[in-house]
Design a protein around this ligand. Structure first.
Ligand code: HEM
Length: 455
C-alpha cells in the first residue's frame, strides 16, 4: 500500500454570506441607531470577525472587524470594490463628479490631479495659515462664559480650508463663501436633516429641510462658479500656491484639465470633507484631554520643553482619533464578480463595511480599549495601517489625512500655549451620530478661565 499522502487542500471558500443576527431588520436598525458599537460588538462576540447584518436602509451588508480582513478589503481592486457607490449618500452636496463619488479609472484620474496639493511640500506652507486661524479663534473666545468648542472649531477649520483652497485672505468674498458653506450644511447637519438625507440615499425630494438645503446649495454653487470664472482669467494663476490654482493648472496623462463642473465638485468636496471632520476631531481631542488630567499634564510638559518634539502631541491626536473616530465606518460595494473575503464569497451588489469604531476597540490591538492612553502609539508595537484606520485605507485613503493631522497638532499646541480651558461638565461628552460622522452630543462645552496669553 502506498504511503504517499495527497496534498492537504485549504478549506474551499463558502459561496455564501457570513452568519449574522437573525433579528428582524427593524430591531437591527434600532440597534445601529441607538447603540451601534454595543450592537456590533455583541454580534462580533457571537458570530466572529465577519458578520452579515440587515437594516431598513440596506437588507444585507457585511461588516468586517479584523485587521487581515480589513487589509484584504483595502487591497481589493477599485473596479471591484466600489467606495464611490458606497458614498452615494453624499452626492446632494459634493456632486457626482467628486473624487468621493467616482470609482475605477475615473476615480484614480481625479485623485492623481488632487494629490499634489496635499503633498508634504505644500503642507509646510499651510501651517502658518493654521496657526494664525487658531490665534484669531482663541482671541475671540469669551472669558468666564461657557461656549461650545465644536462650533468654534468648525469656524476655525473652515477658515483654514477656505484660505488654503481658495488662497484669498480676509476679504469679503471669502467671508461670504464661509457663510454660504455653513448655511448649506446647516439643514443636513442637524439630527433630522441628516436622517432624511440617509433615507433618501441621494434622491432628494420635497420637504422643509431638503428644500432649504437645495436653495442654499444653489447659492453656494453660484459663488463657486463665479470664482471659477474669475480665476480662469486671472493673470497670476500660474504662480499661486493655493489648491484651487493647482487644480486649475493640473493636467491628466492625456493633457486634459478639469471642467468647470468637475472643479465645482472637487472644491466643494474639499471644503466639506476638509473642515467638519477635522473640527470634530479637534473637539473630541480637547474633550478627552480636559477629562484626563494626567495626559493633559504630560502634554503640557512635553510642549514646554526646549528640546521637545511633537511625538507625544502626535500620539495624543492618534489616540483621540482611535477612541473617538470621527467617521465610524466606511463602505465598498462589490461589483463585476463576487469577492472572496476570508472563507466567504461576497456576492455582487453587497456592501462590505470595515467598522472603524469596532476595529479601534479590539482588546488584542488595544489593551484596555476604553482608556485614553497616547503612550500606546509610542511603544514598539504601535498600531499599524490595518488596526488604526480613522482615515480608511488603500487607494481610497483620506486625501487630507496629513493635512488634518498637521492642523490638529498645530491648533492643540497653540491652544495649550495660550489658554486655560476647563470643561463645563465633569463627564466627557456622549457620542451622537450625525450623517456619516460621530459628533459630541453637547458640542464640548468649556469655559476660558482668564484672558489668553499673547505671543
Ligand atoms: C480628522 C479629519 C478627517 C477624517 C477623520 C477623515 C476621514 C476620511 C475617511 C474615513 C475617508 C474615506 C476613506 C475610505 O473610504 O477608505 C476620507 C476620504 C476623503 N477625505 Fe478625509 N478625513 C479627514 C479630513 C480631511 C481633510 C482635511 C480633507 C481635505 C482637505 C479630506 C479630504 C478627503 C477626500 C478628498 C476623501 C476621498 C478620497 C478618495 O475617495 O479617494 N479629509 N476621509
Amino acid at each position: 500500500m502506498s504511503t504517499a499522502t495527497a496534498p492537504v487542500a485549504s478549506p474551499a471558500p463558502v459561496a455564501a454570506l457570513p452568519p449574522g443576527p437573525r433579528l428582524p431588520r427593524l430591531v437591527q436598525t434600532l440597534g445601529f441607531i441607538f447603540a451601534p458599537v454595543r450592537f456590533m460588538e455583541a454580534a462580533r462576540r457571537r458570530y466572529g470577525d465577519i458578520v452579515t447584518f440587515g437594516t431598513a436602509f440596506d437588507p444585507e451588508f457585511v461588516m468586517v472587524f479584523e485587521p487581515n480582513l480589513v487589509r484584504a478589503v483595502f487591497q481589493g481592486s477599485g473596479d471591484q470594490l466600489r467606495a464611490g457607490e458606497a458614498n452615494a449618500v453624499l452626492e446632494p452636496i459634493v456632486g457626482r463628479r467628486s473624487v468621493l463619488l467616482l470609482d475605477g479609472s475615473e476615480h484614480l484620474r481625479q485623485r492623481r490631479l488632487i494629490l499634489p496639493a496635499f503633498h508634504g511640500s505644500s503642507l509646510a506652507g499651510y501651517q502658518r495659515v493654521m496657526r494664525s486661524a487658531a490665534d484669531a479663534t482663541i482671541d475671540a473666545w469669551p472669558v468666564g462664559e461657557p461656549f461650545a468648542l465644536l462650533e468654534s472649531m468648525q469656524w476655525l477649520t473652515l477658515d483654514v480650508i477656505v484660505t488654503t483652497v481658495f488662497g484669498v485672505e480676509g476679504d469679503e468674498r471669502r467671508e461670504e463663501l464661509k457663510r454660504r458653506v455653513r448655511a448649506a450644511l446647516e439643514p443636513v447637519s442637524r439630527g433630522r436633516g441628516s436622517v432624511a438625507l440617509m433615507l433618501l440615499r441621494g434622491r432628494l425630494g420635497a420637504g422643509g429641510a431638503i428644500a432649504r438645503f437645495e436653495q442654499r446649495r444653489r447659492e453656494l454653487d453660484q459663488l463657486i462658479y463665479e470664482e471659477i470664472a474669475r480665476r480662469r482669467v486671472a493673470v497670476d494663476v500660474g504662480e499661486r500656491e493655493d489648491v484651487f490654482s493647482m487644480l486649475l493648472r493640473a493636467r491628466d496623462e492625456e493633457g486634459h484639465s478639469l471642467s468647470d463642473g468637475e472643479l465645482r465638485d472637487e472644491l466643494i468636496t474639499l471644503l466639506v470633507a476638509g473642515h467638519e471632520t477635522t473640527a470634530t476631531g479637534l473637539a473630541w481631542t480637547f474633550d478627552l484631554l480636559l477629562h484626563n488630567p494626567r495626559v493633559l499634564a504630560r502634554l503640557r510638559d512635553e510642549l514646554s520643553r526646549e528640546d521637545g518634539d511633537d511625538a507625544y502631541l502626535d500620539a495624543v491626536v492618534k489616540e483621540a482619533l482611535r477612541l473617538r473616530p470621527v467617521v465610524p465606518g466606511i463602505g465598498r460595494v462589490v461589483r463585476d464578480a463576487p469577492f472572496q473575503l476570508g472563507e466567504y464569497v461576497i456576492p455582487e451588489g453587497v456592501e462590505i463595511n470595515p467598522s472603524i469604531a469596532v476595529m479601534h476597540r479590539r482588546a488584542d490591538s488595544y489593551p484596555q480599549p476604553d482608556a485614553f492612553r497616547p503612550e500606546r502609539f509610542l511603544e514598539h508595537d504601535a498600531p499599524d495601517t490595518y488596526t488604526w484606520i480613522p482615515f480608511g485605507g488603500g487607494t481610497r485613503r483620506c486625501l487630507g489625512a496629513s493635512f488634518a493631522l498637521l492642523e490638529m497638532r498645530t491648533v492643540i499646541r497653540r491652544v495649550l500655549e495660550r489658554a486655560q480651558l476647563r470643561p463645563v461638565s465633569a463627564r466627557p461628552d456622549r457620542m451622537l451620530r450625525r450623517g456619516i460622522t460621530q459628533v459630541p452630543r453637547r458640542g464640548v462645552r468649556v469655559v476660558l478661565g482668564r484672558p489668553p496669553k499673547t505671543g
